[in-house]
Write a protein that binds this ligand. Structure first.
Ligand code: NAD
Ligand code: DAU
Length: 352
């Protein structure tokens, strides 16, 4: 048996592929466009493993996706592929519309054609799992209860609007065409192989490089952090036993203001890699201009997935952030190649 994963060279996708193959013998076809965010070095440990079939390509390339579905006959498609960085979506939303909305539409069309042609027995077990975000629900006030699956969609950035649109398409393909879909809406992930343009890895690598730690606005925006391996286990559970057409919120019950997260990272670095001048990395914190339209607070009510699928995160924020800081200290080559673009030179050579 085989699954098709899209975006499996990105942060969460690569963790998912590694995790999947650590738990199962079932092969993974990994379709990834290798944008700046896709990095095959994250999957270097799978080199030569016949269970991992990497294909460079776009989820919006209908003929390629048609061919992959026929050739590999997957029993499930898990869609991670997306443009995912809010700040980039503010500077240039077009790629977000193209991949997150148009790309998801083409992927759904290809999967619909494939699904319709499956024999009845295979139809009943086939799944399309769409990986989405808590940002589609908009922003919470400090006193509001966390987002449940019943919250209305109120996206505020081009990124979250494009993810909301993709979620709606997925829902419509279930209701209109009977496609067996599942959607997960997850809070902020952190952990190994996180591209250092997102807050947590950016703060770690900037701190070590002696650079400023740029905190947006007053640093009091709240995010609900989930260790990436816990997100992977939640996706596995939803794929296994999730009810068709349902959405499942996934979160870590770890609400933290950004400034607290940055100070925690500084403390861990002070402990594991003290600065040579004896000062704290916290001295490098700098408050910078706020993100336009910055959402104040996200928080996930993850009781539905716990109740229905018996899923709970296994890491606390303290254990997850410690593992993450240590991973970045131990994987300086990965960081160096991302920063220098070396991994992209390799892609050029390999795929020109
Ligand atoms: P990422 O940016 O690290 O990875 C995205 C991957 O998709 C990259 O490998 C990229 O090359 C690939 N990709 C982009 N456009 C593509 C296309 N048109 N066709 C094929 N591949 C393409 O993102 P991530 O943080 O790993 O997020 C993965 C998914 O999870 C996204 O859908 C995102 O919206 C969602 N999500 C992320 C978080 C988070 O905290 N990072 C939280 C909740 C949900
Ligand atoms: O909530 C889930 C979302 O989390 C995912 O859907 C997105 O794909 C993912 O990128 C992430 O979005 P955020 O915007 O929350 O993540 P980011 O790491 O960019 O920022 C986290 C918080 O830190 C946010 O409030 C902005 C702030 N920040 C970010 C950066 C990059 C800073 O203060 N300074 C920074 O330099």
């Amino acid at each position: 048996m085989t699954i098709l994963v899209t975006g499996g060279a990105g942060f969460i996708g690569s963790n998912f592929v590694l995790d999947w193959l650590a738990h199962s013998e079932e092969a993974v076809v990994n379709l990834d466009k290798l944008t700046y965010a896709g990095n095959l070095e994250s999957l270097a440990s799978l080199q030569g493993d016949p269970r991992h079939i990497f294909v460079r390509g776009d989820i919006g390339d209908r003929s390629l996706v048609d061919r992959l579905l026929i050739e590999h006959h997957p029993r499930a498609v898990i869609n991670f592929a997306a443009e995912s960085h809010v700040d980039r979506s503010i500077h240039g939303p077009e790629d977000f519309i193209q991949t997150n909305i148009v790309g998801t539409f083409h992927l759904l069309e290809a999967v619909r054609g494939y699904y319709n042609a499956l024999p009845a027995t295979e139809k009943s077990s086939f799944r399309f799992l769409h990986v989405s975000t808590d940002e589609v629900y908009g922003s919470l006030t400090p006193e509001a209860p966390p987002f449940t699956e019943e919250n209305p969609y109120e996206p505020n950035s081009p990124y979250s609007a494009s993810k909301a649109a993709s979620d709606h398409l997925v829902r419509a393909y279930h209701h209109t065409y009977g496609l067996p879909v599942l959607t997960t809406n997850c809070s902020n992930n952190y952990g190994p192989y996180h591209f250092p343009e997102k807050m947590i890895p950016l703060m770690i690598v900037n701190a070590l490089a002696g650079k400023h730690l740029p905190v947006y606005g007053d640093g009091m925006q709240v995010r609900d952090w989930l260790y990436v391996k816990d997100h992977c286990s939640a996706i596995r559970r939803v794929l296994e036993d999730g009810r068709l057409g349902e959405t499942y919120n996934v979160g870590g019950w770890n609400e933290k203001p950004n400034i607290e997260v940055v100070k925690t990272i500084c403390k861990l670095l002070d402990q594991y890699r003290p600065r040579s001048d004896g000062k704290s990395y916290a001295d490098q914190i700098t408050y910078v201009s706020d993100r336009p339209g910055h959402d104040q607070r996200y928080a996930i009510d993850a009781r539905k997935i716990e109740r229905e699928l018996n899923w709970k995160p296994s890491e606390t924020f303290e254990s997850g952030i410690t593992k993450t800081v240590r991973w970045y200290l131990e994987n300086t080559e990965w960081v160096r190649h991302v920063q220098s673009g070396t991994y992209r030179d390799w892609i050029k050579k390999q795929y020109s």
